[in-house]
Write a protein that binds this ligand. Structure first.
Ligand code: ADQ
Length: 733
């Protein structure tokens, strides 16, 4: 989705914004704290919004505040709330996880990425801190808008405290492809952190697609690709591309007002403006300019590369090394080509006031904006806004998000020095008429799609409720169509919570007649075998389902029986059936009112659904102790604690045994397996079947799972069975 609405929104309501940095960074001087504008694109984009609408901006002031020190409570027409961070937090959360892990990885520089668990832990803590500050400030706020890669866990932390709050997130940097993202050891945590939002925005739809791909493949969440919506943890999340714009009018005005360039030697100017960052491709750009001078000597003495670099993250070693590299390169090229009157590169390592920057943009003949990777790149847009005489040419990297819309630029691959050099040459010799045509089109788009239009379209999407998505045949076709196309299916299903909704007492968990019909319809096909794998005793589960054509695995697979399989009983079954009775007696002694023990032969379950909430934890603790003392394994189930004998047998092993016995040692070559289950004991099957089957975890996606995919509830299982019963038969071989 790439939504865009220009003009102003009628509902100019205040909002709460949270980002790592406040719009001002504070420095300590003799007169106390001094503030100066924070550098970078996020502030340039979002500050005008708050200035216009009012609200609160929550962020880190840029230094550790001392006892009694306060940052001013107001910005220009909005409130400021500082989040205090200690020096160790800044070190690990900001310089560490944000800038040494997420920044390089998300820009697809895995070789520069550092993976440090302690950095991640600090990131988690600081994100929680931000969430608490947001919670306090948001009150009745209609929307909380969280920004950028520093705060990707904050939405989930906030959702815990404010379940009803509308939360939106915007990522200002690229979202990398699956193959890069999954290098991160905490990839699922970040995805879950973001999925607590109602809306997640990216600069361009390509990044949104990468995100959806990761969500589908790493979390097994349901993704509707056509509407770019995700169903996760019982909620629907809208995802989309929202290309950011700039305050076009302001830049244009500043450019018109900037003092005229002093008439000097009249060299033509090729301009580069960046934060000093390795993603911006400054060394590659200097090499391209050097190649231009080599290949086209006519530009020597006539053209200057004016490179402005604003210092950034200078505490990080890579950035200091980059600075040194650029210094050396500039020195080398100047040494090689300079004459007494002319130096090819003028390099300014400092921040520029906005009005002076606008003068530079206006006067530059060519803007050379060639990042190796960039979320959007606002400099490209600022250049265009300042081109009031419409005579400049923009050479732009294909790797910048801006390249998706700014099609009238000269697009280059910044890694290709030759191509970039030729593009500069082409820009320098381009006919005025062509330059104007391109610039007029670029300016019209940036004027229309300015920062206010961006905010309006984003906020409009953020406040629109995302509707839930019914499961469609196309979902199952995408998940299973190819997998099942040439093989018979073995369909294995858990019973309670999968085929029947969870109820107070196991006896009440009757199989609905619609589900019974669907199971029968699946089993009636000659390319489908069906098995039920349950924690109930074999006899019990067979009675509940009542279909003699299925294979049944009871007691988590300690007993298996059915047509084409015969009968299996684990060797230790009799021994442990006796011992389980002893365990049951011991548990009766610690049980409290409302709990009861279900003996199922070699396993048992302590049910505590009817125990009042305040007494549950201590009951579980007592029961777990007793179970462990007898050498049994305790495992949490839905409002129940299961005890299983310590014989290394579980649903996973049972299912592998079933498959080997029924279809031979090469079963994975002969049949396809789909396994559906809803609780912790099914995780053993998900783990063992990973890569060998497609597995579904049923239920709201709040707990981690090893299953391939998720289904929201029993109705979704019914939809799956319905599709399986109707799917086209075994095709091909
Ligand atoms: P940045 O990486 O900071 O932003 P960019 O979009 O180019 O990159 O914005 C830089 C901002 O800093 C511009 O507003 C520019 O005017 C200003 N600036 C640069 N050099 C300066 C100098 N020497 N003096 C003063 N100001 C200077 C991140 C992402 C981008 C994304 C933005 C907004 O990396 O891809 O476009 O956020 O979402």
């Amino acid at each position: 989705m790439t939504a865009r609405r220009s003009g102003t929104d009628a509902r100019e309501r205040p909002i709460v914004v949270a980002s790592n940095r406040l719009p001002f960074t504070f420095q300590r001087g003799p007169q106390g704290l001094r503030k100066r504008p924070s550098p970078g694109g996020l502030v340039s984009a979002v500050e005008p919004v708050l200035r216009r609408r009012g609200g609160t901006w929550i962020g880190w002031p840029g230094l550790e505040l001392r006892e009694g020190e306060r940052v001013p409570a107001r910005g220009r027409n909005y409130r400021i709330q500082a989040v205090r961070l200690s020096d160790p937090e800044v070190h690990r959360y900001y310089h560490g996880f944000s800038n040494r892990t997420l920044w390089p990885l998300f820009h697809s520089f895995p070789e520069r990425t550092r993976f440090e668990r302690r950095d991640f832990e600090s990131y988690e803590e600081v994100n929680k801190k931000f969430a608490s500050a947001i919670q306090t400030a948001s009150g009745e706020a209609e929307l909380v808008w969280i920004h950028d890669y520093h705060l990707m866990l904050a939405p989930a932390a906030l959702r815990l405290q404010a379940p009803e709050q509308r939360i939106a997130f915007f990522l200002h940097i690229p979202f990398p492809p699956y193959d890069v993202f999954r290098l991160l050891p905490w990839d699922r945590e970040l995805l879950r952190g973001l999925l607590a939002c109602d809306l997640i925005g990216f600069h361009v739809s390509g990044y949104a697609r990468n995100f959806l791909d990761c969500v589908e493949r790493r979390l097994g969440a349901r993704v509707d690709w056509s509407s770019q919506r995700v169903t996760y943890a019982g909620r629907t999340i809208q995802v989309g591309g929202f290309p950011i714009g700039i305050e076009f009018d302001v830049y244009e005005k500043l450019a018109r007002q900037a003092p005229q360039r002093p008439s000097g030697r009249g060299e033509r100017i090729v301009l580069g403006v960046d934060r000093l960052d390795y993603t911006k491709g400054i060394p590659q750009r200097i090499r391209a300019f050097e190649r231009l001078l080599e290949r086209h000597p006519r530009h020597r003495q006539n053209v200057v590369l004016l490179q402005v670099a604003v210092p950034s993250r200078s505490q990080v070693t890579e950035y200091r090394e980059l600075k040194r590299e650029i210094d050396e390169l500039v020195g080398r090229v100047n040494g090689r080509f300079a004459t007494a009157q002319w130096s090819p590169i003028r390099y300014l390592y400092r921040s520029f006031p906005q009005d002076r920057l606008c003068g530079l943009y206006r006067d530059a003949d060519v803007a050379l904006i060639t990042p190796l990777r960039d979320g959007m790149n606002l400099v490209a847009k600022e250049y265009v806004a300042c081109q009031v005489e419409e005579r400049g040419v923009l050479v732009l990297s294909r790797m910048a998000g801006a390249a998706e819309t700014m099609r009238e630029t000269l697009l280059v691959n910044p890694n290709d020095v030759e191509e970039t050099a030729e593009a500069i040459h082409r820009a320098l010799i381009m006919e005025p008429e062509q330059r104007r045509t391109r610039m007029v089109a670029l300016r019209a788009r940036e004027r229309r799609d300015d920062v206010h239009a961006w905010v309006n379209s984003f906020l409009e999407a953020a406040t629109r409720p995302a509707e839930g998505l019914p499961l469609r045949d196309s979902d199952f076709e995408a998940w299973l169509g190819t997998y099942l196309s040439r093989y018979p299916l073995v369909l294995l299903l858990d019973y309670d919570g999968t085929l029947t909704p969870l109820v107070g007492h196991p006896d009440q968990a009757q199989l609905p007649s619609s589900m019974r019909r669907l199971l029968a319809a699946c089993a009636a096909r000659d390319d489908t075998d069906l098995g039920i794998v349950s924690g109930r005793s074999l006899e019990d589960v067979r009675k509940m389902v009542g279909n003699p054509d299925f294979v049944y695995a009871g007691n988590h697979g300690l007993e298996i029986s059915g047509p084409g399989f015969g009968h299996f009983q684990h060797d230790d079954l009799v021994h442990f059936t006796r011992r389980t009775e002893e365990l049951a007696r011991a548990l009766e002694k610690v049980a409290s009112r409302g709990s009861w023990v279900e003996c199922k032969g070699p396993t048992l379950t302590l049910h505590y659904r009817d125990v009042p909430e305040p007494h549950r934890a201590s009951l579980v603790e007592r029961a777990r102790k007793v179970i462990n003392q007898t050498g049994y394994l305790a495992r949490d189930a839905h409002c129940a604690l299961e005890a299983r004998p310590p014989i290394g047998w579980d649903k996973g092993r049972a299912v592998l045994h079933l498959l080997r016995t029924s279809y031979g040692p090469t079963w994975s070559e002969r049949v396809r397996v789909v396994y559906v289950g809803d609780d912790q004991t099914d995780e053993d099957a998900f783990d063992l079947l990973a890569g060998l089957a497609i597995t579904f975890r049923v239920g709201p996606a709040t707990t981690p799972t090893s299953a391939t995919l998720r289904l929201a509830d029993v109705d979704a299982v019914a939809a799956l069975l319905d599709w399986l019963s109707r799917r086209s038969g075994v095709r091909g071989g």
